[in-house]
Design a protein around this ligand. Structure first.
Ligand code: ZN
Length: 490
């Protein structure tokens, strides 16, 4: 066997085991009996050990230096394996183990602290997480920027400098737009009515099918925090039900279907290879966001959706599809990132990006983080954070060591803006299709332009090739201005 063939066979088994590990994680959030938590932690730890040993197997280094890739796909495959091997071998095993142990405890402490609004309970653990991630970043960066080394894990090729510059260009237009919307007379109404659980679940399944989710290679279950997991022939999604607010269930379902469609639509030839999953968190998020927002919250599609909701829920206190469109896109002040509207969402990310950059650079001490958060929130949103669970403690990310992850949400929004511009260019009748509840044209375009390629190209090239232009924030900002200024009449 050639070095290339041996390397791929090794990689295939590693990928298969990683899929098993992911399914254990899915089970933990959906089906696992409460009493199994201790044993599950040990099972996951054992599997993680096997995966780490496989990913740092010294034979990979030998195979990599001898391998001759047969084609462009082979070259991309080697690029991914070389990158993974470098990252896994640069971090000392003891540090990787300590990080896993500390973040697992820190996540539990964070959940307690958030429930009790007790920042002091969490900060000593956050301090340990930051210290370990900085150590890891120095091992990975090899003299380069620490934050970039972490960011590179989630968005290969992106740097804090380019993202920071992009945010500087985005902020003034978003702030202006928000000021105009919040000052507008007659803001959209809220939904009224009863939204029974079974009806919400029926609609969630209908929406998943409408957006092209393949239930023969997936399933929909309930979880506390909605997510999508797996790739290839087994891609599962979850949702949650709030009986006072059906949008929570319906739009988180559409969002997760965007992630899942990406994984389900990758060329099957890439399955269980490094090309067989979404290429980056930013590109992944672009798929979930364009499904949820540009398509799912469009005037055309919400007209179709309004009729479906009326059938299930009756009156809802709204005059008609125009009022429903306004309600779906209501912009209002709020503290919570995950509940933020399209206009304000990226401002929440900018706050986190600047604070976590300062933490990793060593310019901000964990002890000063809460004050820094609250000052910044006041400066950016004009309101005082009433309690830590609505401020610093709202997100799980930092407790589990996810530094450099937040900006990928905004990159996803920016990419989604670019893709929507290209989709409208290529499908002039798009709104007629959406108004008829026919998503096949849009989802088929995304499948062929983006999803099928998996990890074949770099993240930025994946989007550039799909759009026919270099991705930038302009299309997103134009879309937000056009949509919301028309909707609010400002
Ligand atoms: Zn997402």
């Amino acid at each position: 066997m050639s070095a290339y063939t041996e390397l791929l066979a090794h990689e295939r088994q590693t990928q298969a085991l990683a899929q098993v590990m992911g399914r254990l994680g899915w089970d933990q959030e959906t089906m696992m009996p409460r009493g199994a938590a201790g044993q599950r932690a040990e099972e996951m730890g054992a599997l993680e050990g096997v995966l780490h040993a496989r990913r740092t197997d010294p034979r990979i280094g030998d195979w990599l230096s001898a391998a001759e890739p047969p084609d462009a796909g082979g070259r991309a495959t080697l690029r991914h394996i070389r990158r993974s091997y470098a990252r896994h071998t640069r971090v000392p095993a003891a540090l990787a183990e300590e990080l896993a142990r500390v973040t697992s405890t820190a996540q539990g402490i964070w959940a307690e602290a958030r429930a009790r609004d007790d920042t002091a309970h969490f900060l000593p653990w956050l301090e340990r997480v930051v210290r370990l991630r900085r150590e890891e970043a120095s091992a990975l960066a090899a003299g380069g920027d620490l934050y970039d080394a972490l960011l590179d894990d989630y968005e290969p090729g992106a740097t804090a400098a380019t993202i920071g510059a992009m945010f500087d260009r985005m902020r003034p237009r978003l702030v202006d737009l928000r000021a105009a919307l919040l000052a507008a007379p007659n803001p959209p109404a809220r939904l009224k009515g009863e939204f029974p659980r079974e009806a919400q679940l029926r609609l969630a399944r209908l929406l998943a099918e409408t957006f092209g989710y393949d239930f023969t290679r997936g399933r929909l279950d309930l979880a506390v925090h909605p997510f999508s997991s797996g790739s290839g022939a087994d891609v599962r999604i979850t949702t949650r039900i709030d009986e006072s607010d059906p949008f929570n269930c319906l739009y988180s379902t559409i969002h997760e279907v965007g992630h899942a469609a990406y994984e389900q639509n990758i060329d099957p030839a890439h399955a269980l290879t490094p090309l067989g999953e979404g290429v980056s968190m930013g590109v992944h998020e672009s798929q979930s966001r364009i499904f949820e927002n540009q398509l799912g919250r469009s005037r055309a599609f919400t007209g179709w959706l309004f009729a479906r909701l009326q059938t299930e829920f009756g009156d809802m206190g709204l005059d008609g599809p125009d009022a429903f469109f306004a309600t779906v896109n209501r912009v209002s002040p709020g503290f919570i990132r995950t509940e933020a509207d399209e206009v304000q969402y990226n401002l929440h990310i900018m706050l986190r990006f600047d604070l976590e950059r300062a933490l990793i650079a060593g310019d901000l001490a964990v002890a000063d983080l809460e004050a820094a958060w609250n000052d910044r929130f006041m400066a950016d949103f004009g309101v005082a954070v009433p309690r830590p669970s609505q401020g610093l403690l709202q997100d799980v990310h930092w407790s589990i060591g996810l530094f450099g992850y937040f900006p990928t949400y905004s990159l996803g929004n920016v990419y989604a803006g670019c893709l929507m511009q290209a989709l409208r260019r290529d499908r002039p009748a798009l709104d007629d299709e959406l108004a008829a509840g026919d998503l096949s044209g849009a989802t088929g375009w995304l499948r062929d332009a983006v999803q099928v390629h998996g990890g074949l190209m770099t993240p930025a090239d994946t989007i550039a090739r799909a759009c026919g232009f270099t991705p930038h924030e302009g299309p997103l900002l134009d879309y937000l201005d056009d949509k919301f200024r028309a909707l609010y009449g400002v």
